[in-house]
Design a protein around this ligand. Sequence first.
Ligand SMILES: O=C(O)CCC(=O)C(=O)O
Length: 288
Amino acid sequence: MGSAIHAATDELRAAFRTNGYVVVPDLLDSTEIEQYGAAVDAAVAHRQAHDSRTLAQKSRYEQSFQQCINLWEDHRDVAPLTFHPRIAEAAARLLDVASVRVWHDQALYKQPGGRHTDAHQDQPYWPIEETNTVTAWIPFQDVDRSIGAMHYVPGSHRFGVREFSDIFFGTGFDLDDESLTRGTPPESIDVAAGSVAFHHGLTMHGAAANQTDRTRRVHTVIFFADGSHRTSTNQRHQSVDRADIEPGAVIASDATPVAWPPSAQLPDTPAPLVPSSPGWPGWDGSFR
Ligand SMILES: O=C(O)CCC(=O)C(=O)O
């Protein structure tokens, strides 16, 4: 690990606590970017090989990105990225916990001409009681607004809002609605390849359209504090359903392995997906 590799310093942790997002610079070196970028490219191509639709033929949601979930399980060369110790350690430090688990990973490839990503909070999509959650957003190329940069409403993870926003069939949050955002405008964040943007599970966010002729290649990993519980609602989600985690129980299974502290070996591939997990698109394997 070279000296240029950074960490979630106290300053960055304070910024994350205040704003609900932060960019941790230089977590991956150029060799890793090339290697993992190629691995995720191949995994996405494999998962999407059956899909010959043009962008215009896809749903609004699918026009925002090609979403490929849990690539670490069936594309084992992606696993070292999903469980990358520097990224997992940064997540644990930002959440201020000793140990984090992976909820799931997902590639989010925004195709040339891909529409913007509608605004939402992530946490309402997940039946996790505690809100000690964070997503690592890992671009394989420099990202600015023209290719689909993320934007975040600063401090919105502390607004007391935990509200499902339907980006699958609807248009998501209206960030011009001051009663939602407290009049705080979203901030668009450029991220250089090698750096990782982290956002809290309650931070309101979206992403710009891809106006370039290149795909915006991004891998993401969702981490949650070890010891978190499944909500007592009947909200379904493969990350808990497939391991029969009961409502109210601690979420701990081989479907959501510990990423920090790191293990000597990468986690094994867990049992296959539950064939049909009602809820919302993606959880029945339709994006696989
Ligand atoms: O990459 C995008 O376009 C959206 C990402 C996102 O919403 C997320 O990672 O929670």
